[in-house]
Design a protein around this ligand. Structure first.
Ligand code: MLT
Length: 408
């Protein structure tokens, strides 16, 4: 007799983005003539850099020829790509070695899977609001109780991030074991400074905690003083795992390619250097046969000189969208955050209007979809996110509608 994982029953709602898509479909069927503009999910819209498509085309042709055909690769990824990723970190002033790099099918899967190498009684701390994968994957793994009246899962430590603390949390007051930090932050669009990250690295070293650092939006940082990687902080190799992705820099959201850095020096309370690295290797060897060889060829090309120049143009394009959105919201008198070193603009909803209420208002009055802050956690209530990953013409049209049709 099979029984189900009871932890799934603790999940209180559907995953955020399908839920937004469902509500949008409902609105569309009630208003069939409405032309809806989607600034909700952070999904890229511009074509892949030609360096990547050329390399993938060549790789596909190689598969059609017996001489160049290749089958299974290493589950950790191709050596050339792992080295290119390590070199990217060197260019940022962060120490990462080839053997630390695990290529994957995206940062989302890694963000969800990495918790599996830690004991289920670890206490997990998340920034609040947070990318929902960190919370939901730990709920599914059984590390939490049910949701309470404060909209918080019992047993999870929520670290509030709000306008008052610049959207970066204070250190946890109690001892926690796994700490999720995302910078540049999804959803708030703010970036942690080196000093802020150092405080968490020092905490993790002192308590033998592990930081799971998501830097999927690092390439969008414009300010050279802000860190792109946690490994720019001394000591982080002993206490931090980092995930990153080709999705947002190179339009790989549908192509799928990302990576995790699990340094050999990483330690836990009951595991010296090498143990967690070995466990993640074992996990990937068992669960994963490596990212697509065609896609890895594309990723390698993204990291070439030509690829980097082309992704730089993509980043500038989306950052100009972010500027347009920011300025429009500011002109409307709204309080706006983010959007300067990240492709997300985070705004305060008008006084007395909740996040989901504002979702309905923006959709109803402007036919524009955004993401309610409350969908990212209780501290997101009263905030709203707009994504800059759109076609320029759609961003211009959406901001024109907001200017002219949104009643405040
Ligand atoms: C978002 O909109 O938060 C992201 O697109 C979600 C993701 O990257 O999975």
């Amino acid at each position: 007799m099979a029984t189900i994982n009871p932890a799934y029953a603790r999940l209180t709602a559907g995953y955020l983005f399908p839920e937004i898509a469902r509500r949008t479909r409902e609105f569309q069927s009630a208003h069939p003539d409405a032309s809806i503009l989607r600034l909700g999910i952070g999904d890229t819209t511009e074509p892949l850099p030609s360096a990547a498509t050329d390399a993938m085309t060549t790789a596909v042709a190689g598969l059609a020829d017996r001489e160049t055909y290749s089958g299974y690769g290493d589950s950790e990824g191709q050596t050339t790509l792992r080295q290119a990723i390590a070199d990217l970190y060197t260019s940022w002033g962060a120490e990462v070695k080839l053997e630390d790099v695990f290529v994957s099918d995206g940062a989302k899967s890694d963000s969800a899977n990495l918790q599996s190498i830690f004991a289920t009684d670890n206490v997990v701390a998340v920034q609040d609001p947070a990318y929902p994968v960190y919370v939901d994957s730990n709920v599914m793994a059984g590390r939490t109780g049910t949701k309470n009246e404060q909209d918080q899962y019992e047993g999870l430590v929520y670290m509030p991030c709000n306008a008052e603390n610049g959207f970066f949390p204070a250190l946890p007051e109690q001892k926690v074991d796994l700490i999720y930090i995302c910078s540049p932050n999804n959803p708030t669009g703010t970036v942690a400074t080196k000093e802020q990250l150092k405080a968490f690295v020092d905490y993790a070293l002192a308590h033998k905690a592990v930081i799971l650092f998501d830097s999927a939006y690092a390439a969008f940082i414009q300010d050279p003083d802000l860190p792109k990687s946690i490994y720019e902080i001394p000591g982080a190799r002993s206490c931090a795992i980092e995930v990153n992705s080709f999705s947002k820099i190179a339009g790989f959201t549908g192509v799928r390619l990302g990576w995790s850095i699990v340094p050999k020096e990483l330690e836990a309370e009951d595991a010296g250097p090498g143990v967690l690295h070995g466990m993640w290797t074992r996990r990937q060897n068992t669960f994963f046969n490596g990212a697509s060889n065609v896609v890895q060829a594309g990723g390698l090309a993204v990291l070439s000189e030509a690829g980097q120049a082309q992704t730089g143009e993509l980043v500038s394009y989306y950052m100009e969208n972010a500027r347009i959105i920011r300025e429009c919201l500011q002109e409307k008198g709204l309080t706006v955050f983010g959007g300067e070193n990240a492709p997300y603009v985070w705004m305060k909803t008008p006084e007395g209007v909740g996040s989901w209420e504002f979702f309905d208002k923006l959709l109803g009055e402007c036919h524009v979809v955004g993401t309610p802050g409350a969908g990212f956690g209780p501290s997101g209530e009263g905030y709203f996110r707009l994504s800059a990953f759109g076609h320029r013409e759609n961003i211009l049209q959406a901001t024109e509608r907001i200017r002219e049709q949104l009643s405040l």
